[in-house]
Design a protein around this ligand. Structure first.
Ligand code: SAH
Length: 196
């Protein structure tokens, strides 16, 4: 679990925007993630009409899946292109409006109202702006956060969830000396200390 070589690495927002512009988005999975299907029952726990949060959402197709099941989906993503691509690739009409509490931020909402994507940095959000969530799908999110921001990210996420929420976290296990990331290698011991 030597993560020394990744500890100092920083990927800027500008670099993420460039990845989207260049179509350098190998992390996007058109067919959706098999682990969400596998653990859907853990996330939902028999409940319906949940509020589900997608941190660092990209244009994850799982947002459409959960919305189609009757849940209310909220995502946050720095790339406006990703957000617009999401709606257009699913032929979902949407409207866009500024977020008064966050300068420069916009919220894109499906006309049906059940998918709201905030275009801003996740660090600009708080529960007073987006409320609290019953479930979280964290894939390509904790592992995409810069190692130096992990503590801040985890504290924010803990703040954004209800007491009886379920949090599905996908990480990747590999030798961090062989790849610089993202996705970064987050050891299980660190996950335990971040989330308790
Ligand atoms: N969860 C998605 C995308 C993973 S890639 C999926 O499963 O496909 C990580 C995404 O986070 C990228 O789209 C990047 O643009 C976005 N991102 C990076 N830093 C961010 C930040 N601080 N706030 C919000 N989004 C961010």
């Amino acid at each position: 679990s030597d993560v020394g070589s990744q500890k100092e690495r920083v990927v800027t927002e500008e670099e993420w925007l460039q990845k989207w512009e260049m179509g350098n988005i190998g992390f996007h999975k058109e067919e959706g993630h098999p682990l969400l299907q596998k653990y859907l029952d853990v996330l939902l726990n028999g409940r319906s009409g949940l509020r589900i949060f997608f941190p660092l959402c990209g244009k994850a197709v799982e947002m459409k899946w959960l919305a189609d099941m009757g849940h209310s989906v909220v995502g946050v993503e720095v790339s406006e292109q990703a957000v617009k691509d999401f709606f257009s690739e699913h032929s979902l009409p949407y409207c866009e409006e500024p977020v008064p509490e966050i300068s420069g931020a916009k919220m894109f909402q499906s006309t049906s109202g059940n998918i709201s994507l905030y275009c801003c940095s996740i660090y600009d959000l708080s529960s007073s702006i987006v409320g609290k969530f019953d479930g979280v799908w964290d894939r390509g999110a904790l592992v995409a956060v810069n190692p130096c921001d992990r503590q801040r990210y985890a504290s924010l996420m803990i703040n954004l969830v209800e007491k009886n929420s379920s949090y599905l976290l996908v990480t990747v296990s590999y030798d961090p000396n062989k790849h610089k990331g993202p996705p970064f290698y987050v050891p299980e011991s660190e996950i335990k200390s971040l989330f308790g």
